[in-house]
Design a protein around this ligand. Structure first.
Ligand code: GCO
Ligand code: MN
Ligand code: MN
Length: 388
């Protein structure tokens, strides 16, 4: 058995709100005491995480005075230093306070929109002081229950205006942030705008500064909608936009569960880790998950260690798959090459089109080529199950 300790090169991070989650749900009160900031940072140090992420109000109360903010900032920096942590990502809480009940950047009220931008600027100042290089946008309240209440075209325009403004703020302040957008189809709103990662990949291209913007896909968010998360991440990788990732787990089609990474859909988790490792993803790997409501803080530590350990185990299994001679032989077999035809279809020209039209290709012969996918999948499953 290998060593599955968290590797700092993997940049495993946790939000203050993840290990600090007190176990509240829509039907019940918290089951754990709220942990003070210093204790959360100590816990992350103890489990050997690489870094910490925050929403402004996870650490700095929404009504904190400048003096209180300065004291918390000092405590935060000390906690990071004592525990060898970096601050990898910061974000704004644009969803808890009642002011955001009908959206932040997409609110129908221009004053609420302005307040949301102002709050984000202040939170960007905090993140930059803590050293964060990534700034996340999760539109928690950007959506509707009824389309009678908001024009969905205006919503996109308003969101774009806010992001363009904030990109300029980051540049003007010299913060050098990379912005990342995190899609979710529903919860807490009935319907949220930018429902899937692909929505943001298209949106980014319409911004004034597309080069500083990428995505932060989350396993649970695509699985809630019954989608294949690996494919969403692959789409982001292929256009060079995977700047951050939120790892957790989720039963398909259920409410927002935020389970420990790999605990519900191990096969998908395997292919996700394989994709990230094969394409040398180098950003933070953030476990945006929380422990079961039944757990006490000792068990929360087991939860955090479990997220990282599962990733390390799956990373080893992905390498095993890549080095398995029988599997690689099959991969070669199913990827039929034809240098002449590949050259012909690589780029259109009148001549290549004519040549392609004149090429005899036997449909029945092509259809009869062997595709032993049952065998390939079984070999894969045996690696995942640990018998191969
Ligand atoms: C959720 C989201 C959040 C965001 C966080 C950072 O489903 O609640 O995943 O946890 O990631 O607010 O923007
Ligand atoms: Mn989530
Ligand atoms: Mn998330």
């Amino acid at each position: 058995m290998g060593n599955y300790d968290p590797d700092p090169k993997m940049k495993f991070t946790f939000g203050l709100w993840t290990v600090g989650n007190p176990g509240r749900d829509p039907f019940g009160e918290p089951t754990r005491d709220k942990l003070p900031l210093a204790k959360i940072l100590d816990m992350l140090g103890e489990v050997k995480a690489y870094g910490v992420n925050l929403h402004d109000n996870d650490a700095f109360p929404i009504d904190a005075s400048e003096k209180e903010k300065a004291e918390i900032m000092k405590e935060f920096k000390k906690g990071m230093k004592d525990n060898g942590l970096v601050c990898a990502m910061a974000t704004t809480n644009l969803f808890t306070d009642p002011v955001f009940k009908d959206g932040a950047f997409t609110s129908n009220n221009a004053q609420v929109r302005a307040y949301a931008i102002q709050k984000t600027m202040r939170s960007m100042d905090i993140g930059a002081e803590l050293g964060a290089k990534i700034y996340d946008f999760w539109g928690g309240r950007e959506g509707i229950e009824s389309d009678a209440t908001k024009n969905p075209v205006d919503a996109v325009k308003r969101f774009r205006e806010a992001i363009n403004f904030l990109c300029e703020y980051s540049i003007e302040q010299g913060y050098n942030y990379k912005f990342v957008f995190e899609a979710k189809p529903n919860e807490p709103r009935g319907h949220m705008y930018f429902a899937v990662t692909g929505s943001y990949l298209a949106f980014i291209q319409t911004l004034d500064h597309p080069e500083m913007c990428g995505v932060n896909p989350e396993v649970a968010h695509e699985h809630m909608a019954g989608l294949n998360f690996v494919h969403q991440v692959a789409a982001a990788i292929e256009v060079g936009k995977l700047f951050h990732i939120d790892l957790n787990d989720q039963e398909f089609g259920r409410y927002d569960q935020d389970f420990r990474f790999g605990s519900a859909n191990l096969k998908h988790a395997f292919f996700l880790v394989k994709l990230l490792e094969d394409y040398k993803y180098n950003g933070p790997r953030h476990f945006d998950a929380h422990a079961y409501r039944q757990s006490n803080y000792d068990d929360v530590k087991e939860f955090a260690k479990g997220c990282m350990r599962t990733y390390m185990i799956l990373k080893e299994k992905a390498a095993h798959w890549n080095n398995d001679a029988e599997i690689q032989g099959m991969v070669k077999l199913i990827n039929v090459k034809d240098a002449g035809l590949e050259k012909l279809t690589k780029k259109f020209s009148k001549a290549s089109a004519q040549k392609l039209l004149a090429t005899p290709l036997s449909r029945s012969q092509l259809a009869s080529a062997p595709l032993p996918y049952e065998k390939l999948d079984q070999l894969t499953m045996e690696i995942i199950m640990g018998v191969r």
